[in-house]
Design a protein around this ligand. Structure first.
Ligand code: G3P
Ligand code: MG
Length: 247
């Protein structure tokens, strides 16, 4: 299988959860601020509702970031549409709506932002989420350079690959396992995404194969520079205000 490539330049800093320190994480407000600060790419998390609609949210449950409660995968679109994801961060963001994947994508297009779409399946929904998100990407990005699509779930990546042979896939780990490269090759991966305490041995494997490495979550420019000096390609950051040199 030929390796699908990314048809847009990967910047050195990607807004993690759209820049979740300054604005509610995974929000349309985050996209606006990321674009205003000159960022060119954002990362956000996508999960299915009880109706099978892809929404942008990190946790499997609603409590931490929203005024709602319960599991996202057991909550209907009608309920999610009424949820406020702004008040938990600050009253200035009260009324910020939870974004559907479609709304988020269209706003990225309007603002000229590239995306790393992280497939974030609720437990037990890995294949369905990978399949649905990949299908939506093919229609929402038609005629545009495809986003980078990543997941901690191999099953979700497998399902996405089945739907979309041309999708650039990011293999996401907190710590890359010994067989990461074999799994990567099995699905013709594009990039490796991992936590910032990445081993030298893993970086050497990636470098030998010219595989881009992206590390999360880096909110200190000195730490970012330390990673770039070790051949890390890009970092995910919540702190867009202090990472401006790496846009
Ligand atoms: O995709 C990089 C990073 O977002 C992975 O961790 O938990 O913030 O989605 P998490
Ligand atoms: Mg994420």
């Amino acid at each position: 299988m030929a390796t699908p490539t990314l048809n847009w330049p990967l910047p050195r800093a990607v807004a993690h959860r759209c820049g979740g320190a300054l604005t509610p994480e995974n929000s349309l407000a985050g996209l606006r601020v990321a674009a205003a600060l000159g960022f060119r790419a954002v990362e956000f998390d996508v999960m299915l509702s009880a109706d099978g609609t892809p929404w942008v949210i990190h946790d499997e449950t609603l409590e931490r970031t929203t005024t709602g409660s319960g599991r996202v995968c057991e909550t209907s679109d009608e309920v999610l549409r009424r949820i406020d994801i702004g008040s938990r961060l600050h009253k200035a963001f009260a009324g910020e709506p939870m974004a559907t994947f479609e709304a988020m994508t269209l706003r990225c297009h309007e603002l000229g932002l590239q995306a790393n779409v992280e497939i974030k399946p609720a437990e037990g929904h890995e294949v369905e989420t990978g399949d649905v998100v990949a299908r939506r990407i093919l229609s929402l990005w038609e005629g545009r350079p495809l986003p980078l699509v990543s997941s901690f779930s191999f099953a979700a990546l497998q399902a996405a690959r089945k739907v979309a042979p041309s999708l650039p896939l990011g293999f996401l780990y907190s710590k890359a396992p010994a067989d990461w490269l074999q799994r990567f090759d099995d699905l013709a991966g594009y990039s490796l995404h991992c936590a910032k305490d990445v081993d030298d041995a893993v970086l050497a494997q990636a470098k030998a194969r010219k595989i881009p490495v992206l590390c999360y979550t880096v909110n200190d420019p000195r730490q970012a520079q330390f990673l770039f000096d070790r051949d890390v390609t890009a970092v995910f950051s919540d702190r867009l205000d202090v990472m401006a040199d790496y846009r």
